[in-house]
Design a protein around this ligand. Structure first.
Ligand SMILES: *Cc1c(COP(=O)(O)O)cnc(C)c1O
Length: 343
C-alpha cells in the first residue's frame, strides 16, 4: 500500500467537526442528581442511553480482543455504511466502488448523498476479477470500496481479501454480516497492518437480534473517532444496549444459532437435489442459498401463493432466487411446496 494519510480522505467539513459530547457520559459520577437533560424523573427507561456505549464496548473488547477505541456501534451496520459514506465522500463529487452483484445498501446510501457508484462485475463464479479492479482503481479516484464477504446475495466469500486492502488507496470496508456461518478468519486480524481498513459486523444475522438494530465497526482509532463524531449521539437505544449486553454474557446462544442454521443448511442442500425446478444451487458460506430456477417467475409466484416469501434476484442475476435457511418446520414447508411445483 502507498503512503496512507487519513486526513486527505476525510471530507474537509468533517475534519474540523466537533463531536457532540454528552457531559454525563464523559465524566464519572457516583450518584448524580441528573437535572441536565430535561428527562422525566419517573420510569424505567426515562434516561437517555449511554452515547458512547461503554459497557457494550467493554464486553466486545473481550470478545474481539480490540480496544474500545477501535469499536464504533451503529443502529445496525446499515447506519455505519451510511456514516462511512458521509465521512469520506463529498456529495456530487466522490465515488464508491462495490462488487456486482452485492448488498444493495451501499449503492442506496451513496445515492442519498449523490455519490457515484462504480461496480465491479463478478465472474461466473461470483469472484472479483483482479485485472478489472486494478484497471478501475487506476482510472478513477475512488474513496470507499465495499467488499462483502460472504457476499450477499451470492453467498460465496471473497478470495484473497488482503490483496484488495493492500492495493487500494482509499478506505476498504469488509462487510462481514455473515462471517459466523463461514469459518473464515475475520478482517479484524488485518487491522494492525492496514490503516485504511474498516470491518463491519452485525448482531442481525447469526446473533439473531435483527430487531434490536445493532451493528459494529472495527477500525483504527482515528477512523473510529470520525464515526463517533458524525453519528447521532443516541444512535443505539438503551433497550438494545441492554439486550446485546445480556446476549454477550450468553455466547453459547451464538454457537447454538450457528450450529442449528448450518445443520439446516446441510439438510436443505440435500433436499434441493431432489427438486425438479431447481437448475443449480450455488455454493454458500452464509445462511442463505442463491438458486437458479428453471422457470423463475413461476416458481417465485407459486411460493408466494403459498405464503413463502423469498427474494427474487432475477433479472439482475438471471433466473435466480435467494432463499434463506429457516427452521425445520419452515424448511419442510419450502421443500414440499417446491416439490409440488416440480410436478
Ligand atoms: C443483513 C446485512 C447487513 C446487516 O445490516 P444491519 O443493519 O446490521 O441489520 C449488513 N450487510 C450485509 C451485506 C447484509 O446482508
Amino acid at each position: 500500500m502507498k503512503e496512507f494519510n487519513l486526513n486527505t480522505l476525510v471530507r474537509k467539513n468533517i475534519l474540523s467537526l466537533q463531536p457532540y459530547i454528552s457531559f454525563r457520559d464523559h465524566n464519572e459520577f457516583n450518584a448524580p442528581v441528573m437535572l441536565d437533560a430535561n428527562e422525566c424523573p419517573f420510569g424505567e427507561f426515562n434516561r437517555y442511553p449511554d452515547s458512547s456505549q461503554k459497557k457494550l464496548k467493554n464486553k466486545l473488547k473481550e470478545l474481539k480482543s480490540l480496544s474500545p477505541s477501535k469499536i464504533a456501534l451503529g443502529n445496525g451496520s446499515d447506519e455505519l455504511i451510511d456514516l462511512i459514506i458521509k465521512i469520506f465522500c463529498e456529495p456530487k463529487k466522490d465515488a464508491i466502488l462495490m462488487m456486482n452483484p452485492s448488498f444493495a445498501m451501499y449503492a442506496f446510501y451513496a445515492a442519498v448523498n449523490e455519490n457515484e457508484v462504480l461496480k465491479l462485475d463478478l465472474d461466473e463464479n461470483f469472484e472479483i476479477l483482479k485485472d478489472d479492479f486494478i484497471k478501475i482503481t487506476q482510472e478513477r479516484d475512488i474513496k470507499v470500496f465495499f467488499l462483502c464477504s460472504p457476499n450477499n446475495p451470492t453467498g460465496n466469500s471473497v478470495q484473497d481479501i488482503e490483496f484488495f486492502v493492500k492495493n487500494f488507496d482509499g478506505i476498504v470496508v469488509i462487510d462481514e454480516a455473515y462471517i459466523e456461518f463461514s469459518g473464515n478468519r475475520s478482517g479484524i486480524e488485518l487491522l494492525d497492518k492496514y490503516s485504511n481498513l474498516i470491518v463491519l459486523q452485525t448482531f442481525s444475522k447469526a446473533w439473531g437480534t435483527a430487531g434490536a438494530r445493532v451493528g459494529a465497526a472495527y477500525a483504527s482509532e482515528e477512523i473510529i473517532r470520525f464515526i463517533n463524531t458524525v453519528k447521532a449521539p443516541y444512535n443505539v437505544n438503551s433497550l438494545s444496549q441492554e439486550l446485546i449486553l445480556n446476549l454477550l454474557d450468553n455466547k453459547d446462544k451464538l454457537k447454538e444459532n450457528v450450529e442449528k442454521v448450518l445443520e439446516e443448511r446441510v439438510w436443505l442442500e440435500k433436499q434441493f437435489k431432489t427438486i425438479e425446478c431447481i437448475e443449480k444451487v450455488f455454493p454458500t458460506d452464509a445462511n442463505f442459498f442463491l438458486i437458479k430456477m428453471k422457470n423463475v417467475e413461476k416458481v417465485y409466484n407459486r411460493m408466494l401463493e403459498e405464503e413463502i416469501l423469498t427474494s427474487k434476484r432475477a433479472p439482475a442475476i438471471p433466473d435466480c432466487i435467494r432463499i434463506n435457511v429457516g427452521n425445520r418446520e419452515e424448511n419442510e414447508k419450502l421443500i414440499s411446496v417446491l416439490k409440488r411445483i416440480a410436478s
